[in-house]
Ligand binder design. Sequence first.
Ligand SMILES: O=c1ccn([C@@H]2O[C@H](COP(=O)(O)O)[C@@H](O)[C@H]2O)c(=O)[nH]1
Length: 239
Amino acid sequence: MKKYQPIVALDVPSRQAAIQLLDQFEVEPKPIIKIGMELFYAEGPSMIREIQQRHFQIFLDLKLHDIPHTVEQAMTSIGRLGIQFATIHAAGGSVMLTAGLRGLQAGAKEVGVEPAKLLAITQLTSTDDQMLHDEQHVDLTMKESVQNYAQLAEQAGVDGVVCSAQELSVIRPVVGDEFLCVTPGIRPDLSVNDDQKRTVTPAQASHLRSNAIVVGRPITQSDNPAAAYLEITKQFLEA
Ligand SMILES: O=c1ccn([C@@H]2O[C@H](COP(=O)(O)O)[C@@H](O)[C@H]2O)c(=O)[nH]1
């Protein structure tokens, strides 16, 4: 099973704040850098190019969810950026997922780069069983819902899912060995959840067979982001 170095969520509001953090991550192994809506909407594609010039791999987490045509066109633009991972919501359904995949591959082909791996968001790690039941009126448990989305994504040809490592026990038995499970909601100290509901430690994520962990605030808001990243990397890769 492929295991990646941790993915650091660069959830900051500006280029200046992003560069300040990136300067600290010239370490081995270099983290994969996740750009989310906050930084991308503030700085746009030029931010991606600047990070690429520093030789970081990029996970562009824009979580697309729209009608298939719109998603396909947007994914074509994303594909042209030459990034390594992109995200889409599994809840958009199989036609939207395949349209997204098609767009991503077409964009990459246009500029002659390897297509990004497409990951489907299952249920956000900031949600729990109670919210699923009371607010979304979903008549499934969290584990059942995430398992269903993982199977839907795999059948649509998507490379993997984003879920909590808590659901890996029900996903791994029903998907192929190559299917990627990328897991946010990581907290080295489980008593500090912030807005996350389904949390696990880096070592737990490793034992549960996560391909990659996504970590934001426990690294970016620590006094020493590089040291925090290296400690989390050790806990994940060596567990
Ligand atoms: O289900 C999901 C999908 C994406 N995320 C993203 O991961 C990071 C987590 O940041 P923390 O500061 O470690 O909580 C953030 O960028 C989210 O947008 C997620 O948390 N859950």
